[in-house]
Design a binder for this molecule. Structure first.
Ligand SMILES: *[C@@H]1O[C@H](CO)[C@@H](O)[C@H](O)[C@H]1NC(C)=O
Ligand SMILES: *[C@@H]1O[C@H](CO)[C@@H](O)[C@H](O)[C@H]1NC(C)=O
Ligand SMILES: *[C@@H]1O[C@H](CO)[C@@H](O)[C@H](O)[C@H]1NC(C)=O
Ligand SMILES: *[C@@H]1O[C@H](CO)[C@@H](O)[C@H](O)[C@H]1NC(C)=O
Length: 246
């Protein structure tokens, strides 16, 4: 009886230990995502995001878009013609409110970066593209016209690069933010990754989110310190989209 109880307690402790270890190893803290959990997502209503992709369950917090909603609505990123902008800005540079694209027959859905014309809603876009700016139609006083949207070119948040900042850096020095346009890492690729832009990998999946656990020892030859959480400085420093409707 006493031995039976003892073994039950023993297994209970073992199970707790394993569970605790699994959560510590495999999960980012709520609200963080990406390799080594370095990015803080910006979901609607403060919801937590998918720890790998940063996808939010019901979309982005106001004025944000992109992976983990860490991009600014008034910015396009490594997108020369603004043709891949899929942010949610709905005001033109003269303050008109954009009309839904479905009202326009001249632009089929496949000319949009969105999955469908419906997804483009009434957001500033550069379908086709014919110009080097985003724009939209608007309807006022029984007439329809169009206007450009004032979207800037911005640098990707630290730790990301490429068109729409869709790629993450995986530099040998995990604290190095690679070139925000090209992805080049001065320190080379992290040992779990290779390829020109360190995008092939990881070769050991257990390394994916290991910033979430408190390591007592780790291979200092590759990651020096890995407690960087890259919150997007652009989101914090740029002003909100002004309300120009009034
Ligand atoms: C728009 O058209 C409707 C119907 O043709 C008309 O009643 C209304 O006065 C017009 N509004 C403006 C602002 O011109
Ligand atoms: C990133 O690389 C581009 C192209 O080589 C270069 O023009 C740019 O200055 C680099 N950016 C930084 C921050 O080093
Ligand atoms: C990338 O790394 C893996 C594992 O270390 C290795 O098998 C593979 O050959 C490497 N590929 C290149 C192109 O270096
Ligand atoms: C990691 O360890 C430090 C120091 O022991 C502690 O202050 C911190 O709260 C720990 N973090 C986590 C996520 O357990």
């Amino acid at each position: 009886m006493c031995c039976c109880l003892r073994s039950i307690v023993f297994y209970f402790v073992v199970v707790l230990f394993i569970l605790g270890d699994v959560t510590a190893d495999d999960n980012c803290k709520s609200g963080f995502f990406g390799w080594k959990c370095r990015f803080r997502c910006n979901c609607k209503d403060g919801q937590s995001c998918d720890q790998s992709s940063g996808d939010c369950p019901t979309g982005c917090h106001d004025n944000s878009w992109g992976p983990g909603c860490i991009l600014n609505n008034k910015c396009a990123y490594n997108d020369i013609r603004y043709e891949n902008y899929v942010g949610t800005l709905t005001k033109t540079e003269y303050g008109h409110t954009c009309a839904v694209w479905t009202l326009q027959k001249s632009y089929p859905g496949d000319q949009f970066p969105d999955d469908s014309l419906e997804d483009a809603n009434n957001y500033c876009r550069n379908p086709k593209p014919l110009t080097y700016k985003t724009w939209c139609y608007y309807s006022e006083d029984n007439r329809t016209d169009w206007d450009y949207c004032n979207i800037q070119k911005c640098s990707c948040p630290l730790g990301r690069f490429g068109n729409n900042c869709r790629h993450e850096c995986h530099c040998r020095d995990a604290n190095e933010a690679c070139n925000q346009t090209t992805g080049f890492c001065q320190s080379g690729c992290n040992r779990q990754w290779n390829g020109t832009f360190c995008q092939d990998g990881p070769y050991d999946k257990s390394e994916l989110y290991d910033n979430a656990k408190n390591k007592t020892s780790h291979d200092t030859s590759s990651d020096t310190s890995i407690n960087v959480n890259w919150v997007n400085p652009i989101l914090i420093s740029l002003p909100e989209v002004p309300d120009v409707s009034g």
